[in-house]
Design a binder for this molecule. Structure first.
Ligand code: NAD
Length: 372
């Protein structure tokens, strides 16, 4: 197939959907690969390395005009205008945004939103949410260290002893667990909360303490189990008990990292403004959910702000701050997905009965297939 790798155009998006490593594999498999000049520059993959891997360097028009186009983010109207009807698009396409999907369909595309892959063992190697959230969780902790005026580990010095930082992580999914592991490696004392009962063991296995909000009814327990590994919105009574406990833990904390998300919905509010006001001056909140409305209403998307002496880090798209590794993992995810939809002769031949392929297929031949 003719495969196009355009440069990402969304402001701040430094990642690229294919690296020289994955391009080489595509070329070896017999595909003709066109990489837009500069596509990998922000992720530190020079044009020359793509050429060495067997790609042809091209302009945006040629890269977007491929039969198969590999993207990180959903193409905007101008990019869509340069894509060919009937082309196949792969990327993180926001499967819960019906208007965006209609735009893809309007361009006559067959599109796969990789975020929609099921959280199953077979889908692990192509799971873009995991590969990117893992890096985001790590970076969130490093950002916290940057804005925190103290150190993380306990340190005994001739001039006195410094106490270990207390870190609270809200939401112990992929990003939260990596944040716990990273904060622990730096020597912090870590506590974490999640709705899902399975999270307790995972938090504890990383050396964190689980903030327990006991379920009081069968309904609460059942909702907390979630669906397909994902959380569902919890009943108001549980949320109120969690808020009280979280407020108490946050007052003791130096760093709070929030990662709580519910697919297809705004992020749950976990830290109220009065909790922020009661936190210690100099403490830091990193809100990884900021792009979905935030776990704290005081976080400002794309900004670092200070309220009541507390620094709120609302920087968006943390994986883009680690563009080299984020692209390397994303590009391998993409390659693994392609193995499912390209046959041994190198033709696009998606199997009709594959659960991963069907979950990701959001548009086919110009029709939206998903009702969000
Ligand atoms: P996510 O990004 O959708 O959400 C982050 C976390 O926030 C989740 O753990 C969720 O339970 C939690 N959360 C939601 N509402 C909350 C609230 N009110 N209070 C506290 N926490 C709240 O989730 P994710 O990181 O993508 O992971 C979701 C699940 O999928 C996890 O169980 C993870 O282990 C699992 N998973 C499985 C696979 C696999 O088997 N292939 C791969 C990746 C993730």
């Amino acid at each position: 197939m003719q495969v196009g790798i355009p440069r990402e155009t969304l402001p701040g998006e430094t990642r690229v959907a294919a690296t020289p490593e994955t391009v080489k594999k595509l070329v070896q498999a017999g595909h003709q690969v066109r990489v837009e000049r500069g596509a990998g520059t922000a992720a530190r993959y020079p044009d020359a390395d793509y050429e060495k891997a067997g790609a042809e360097l091209a302009d945006a028009q040629a890269a977007l005009g491929g039969e198969l186009v590999l993207k990180v983010r959903r193409p905007d109207a101008s990019e869509l205008g340069r894509m060919k009807p009937g082309a196949v698009l792969l990327g993180m396409l926001d499967p819960f945004d019906p208007e965006g999907l209609r735009a893809l369909a309007g361009a006559g595309l067959t599109a796969f939103a990789l975020e929609a892959a099921p959280r199953t063992t077979r889908a692990q190697s192509l799971d873009v949410l995991s590969s990117q959230a893992n890096l985001a969780g790590y970076k969130a902790v490093l950002l916290a260290t940057q804005y925190y005026g103290r150190i993380f580990p306990m340190m005994m010095t001739a001039a006195g002893t410094l106490k270990a930082a207390r870190v609270v992580v809200l939401g112990a999914g992929v990003a939260g667990l990596q944040a716990i592991a990273t904060a622990r490696r730096l020597g912090a004392v870590v506590e974490a909360s999640d709705v899902r009962p399975a999270a307790r063991e995972q938090v504890e296995s990383l050396g964190g303490k689980f903030i327990d909000v006991p379920y009081e009814t069968d309904e609460e327990r059942e909702i907390a189990e979630g669906v397909g590994g994902y959380a569902r919105p919890m009943p108001a009574a549980w949320m109120a008990r969690q808020a009280a406990l979280v407020a108490e833990r946050c007052k003791q904390a130096d760093i709070v990292i929030t990662t709580a998300l519910i697919p297809g919905r705004p992020a749950p509010t976990l830290i109220q403004p009065d909790t922020v006001a009661a936190m210690k001056p100099g403490s830091v909140i990193v809100d990884l959910a900021v792009e979905r409305g935030g776990n704290c209403p005081l976080s400002v998307p794309g900004e670092v702000v200070e309220r009541d002496g507390v620094t709120l880090v609302g920087l968006a798209n943390l994986p883009a701050l680690l563009a080299t590794d984020a692209s390397a993992l994303y590009a391998r995810n993409v390659l693994d997905f392609l193995k499912l939809v390209i046959d041994a002769e190198g033709r696009f031949a998606p199997p009709a009965d594959d659960d991963i392929v069907n979950a990701c297929l959001v548009c086919k031949d110009g029709q939206v297939l998903r009702s969000a």
